[in-house]
Design a protein around this ligand. Structure first.
Ligand code: SF4
Length: 489
């Protein structure tokens, strides 16, 4: 045998080509004929394809041990995100909200009717900050979620100031983000955010009529879009041009309108978009027939939108689609990317964790959403009752994480896209009734596979313009390499 084959995965890419990938995310497209030669040890040792496969450690004609060392180094780099343990700490100061979004995934509580019952109190806030600072991570990002956190601004203020005080001793890289619909933001809030360097993340679902349809306010006499646009201007006045990041959520009414949505972002001066499908929780689940859609329809819209965004970039406007740029970073660089919703093992509690208004701690925001629907399966404990060790070193968490490594999950274990993908045990459980899940019938797997296949087909074109756009996204987007990025206003 003139060469040895190292571990690899493969799949048919199109009628004429196979895609091969390995554990460290190296990949290559190879013709059917070459593939047959490769697996039958018939490749010419001088051929280009042989050298390409060798350079990606998919085969070797030398000793195996040094190759394993190279692969191990690359593997450690790819999984580096795990070395920090929990960086992202999401805190829910209140479940109350003045919006009435048709797809609300957190089952928000009415501002007036529910009054203070769903507000966090100071003793809970203090316990949460004390818990957060027990995390060994050198980076701590505290992200205020809701409801709308501005409806309990006193607690936002308290947590920010108390965290800064704790950090005088802990000396971590401390960041704050507030996820808000912005409609309630005032100059007083902005002065505080400026002083404490709190970043703002909001939702823009598209042009006026679409935004209002998806995200009306409870007070129907106020137009949610008009207020949002005014408040974005106010934020920029206080915090600078690039101070507001935004996300969109796709409802049934957003389909076939992605170009308009993107135009809205470009016109508003927001430089990134994250084209997100609905999560099946809260009102989105309850109102599935009126706001939901088939994942195939989302993917079709996504691909059309991605092409449109690429075109905008080629014509000279720098504008990033977040999900594609995350995949590109995973595909084209050796580095680790820490998007908590798509990691292996899953980011549940070890990358991101959420503290509810009452001190309950959940492994992810989706776990909190599930709890709001009456299912506490992913409750880790409560900051008033449990120690850090009890919460983060529990049998429950160990077993959940062991069950969320793609490397050993059925179908994922042999999937060619594995190195770019991630596990979501909470979503598996909520959609399919168990944390392992069944890939052939998983909507999320279907979405990921189709989008990854499309992004890879663009890389395969080796088109100069496309490459320039992709590398500008990878290298210039500060959030891509952010270990803890995840904001859901
Ligand atoms: S979830 Fe689907 S696309 Fe992702 S690794 Fe598993 S089988 Fe592959």
């Amino acid at each position: 045998m003139s060469y040895k084959i190292l571990p690899f995965r493969f799949d048919r890419f199109n009628d004429n080509e196979v895609i091969i990938s390995n554990e460290v995310g190296e990949f290559i497209f190879i013709s059917n004929h070459e593939f047959e030669n490769f697996v039958n040890y018939k490749l010419d040792l001088q051929s280009e394809i042989f050298l390409d496969l060798k350079s990606k450690q998919i085969l070797t004609d030398t000793e195996i041990a040094p190759m394993v060392m190279i692969l191990a180094t690359k593997y450690r780099t790819k999984k580096n995100v795990l070395s920090n343990f929990t960086c992202l700490h999401m805190v829910v100061p209140t479940l109350r909200c003045n919006s009435n979004c048709i797809y609300c995934q957190v089952s928000r509580k009415d501002t007036v009717v529910e009054n203070d019952r769903f507000n966090m109190d100071k003793s809970t806030a203090k316990k949460i900050v004390d818990m957060i600072f027990q995390s060994p991570s050198p980076i701590i990002k505290i992200e205020f979620q809701g409801g709308d956190p501005l409806l309990n601004f006193e607690i936002v203020k308290y947590i920010t100031e108390y965290a800064e005080l704790c950090n005088l001793f802990k000396k971590k890289d401390l960041e704050f983000v507030i996820c808000t619909n912005l409609t309630l933001i005032t100059e007083k809030h902005l002065e505080f955010f400026k002083k404490h360097n709190v970043q703002i993340s909001t939702s823009i679902d598209g042009p006026r009529n679409l935004h209002v349809k998806n995200r009306p306010l409870l007070d129907t006499s106020i137009n949610s879009y008009d207020v949002l646009i005014d408040k974005i201007k106010l934020c920029r006045k206080y915090l600078g041009e690039n101070s507001v990041a935004a996300l969109m959520t796709t409802s049934k009414f957003s389909l076939n309108r992605f170009k308009e949505i993107i135009d809205e972002y470009v016109t508003s001066g927001v430089k990134t978009i994250f084209l997100r499908s609905l999560n099946p929780y809260g009102f989105a689940k309850r109102n599935e027939s009126s706001v939901g859609y088939k994942m195939d329809m989302f993917v079709e819209n996504y691909i059309e939108a991605l092409n449109y965004i690429i075109d905008i970039n080629i014509k000279g406007t720098y504008f990033i689609e977040y999900f594609a740029s995350l995949l590109l970073t995973r595909m084209l660089t050796p580095f680790s990317t820490g998007f908590v919703d798509m990691q292996s093992p899953a980011g549940v509690a070890i990358s991101g964790v959420i503290y509810n208004y009452n001190g309950n701690v959940y492994v992810s925001d989706e776990a909190r959403m599930l709890a709001a629907m009456g299912n506490d399966k992913f409750l880790m404990g409560n900051v008033h009752e449990n120690s850090y060790q009890e919460l983060f070193n529990s049998e429950f968490l160990h077993s959940l994480i062991k069950s969320s490594c793609l490397e050993c999950l059925p179908e994922c274990a042999s999937c060619v896209y594995q190195s770019f993908c991630g596990a979501d045990p909470v979503r598996n459980y909520s959609e399919q009734g168990d944390i392992i899940g069944n890939r052939p019938s998983s909507e999320l797997c279907k979405r990921n596979k189709k989008i990854m296949h499309y992004v890879l087909s663009l890389i395969k074109k080796k088109d100069d313009n496309l490459d320039k756009v992709f590398w500008s996204w990878i290298t210039k987007n500060p959030r891509i390499n952010d270990k803890v990025y995840r904001e859901l206003p």
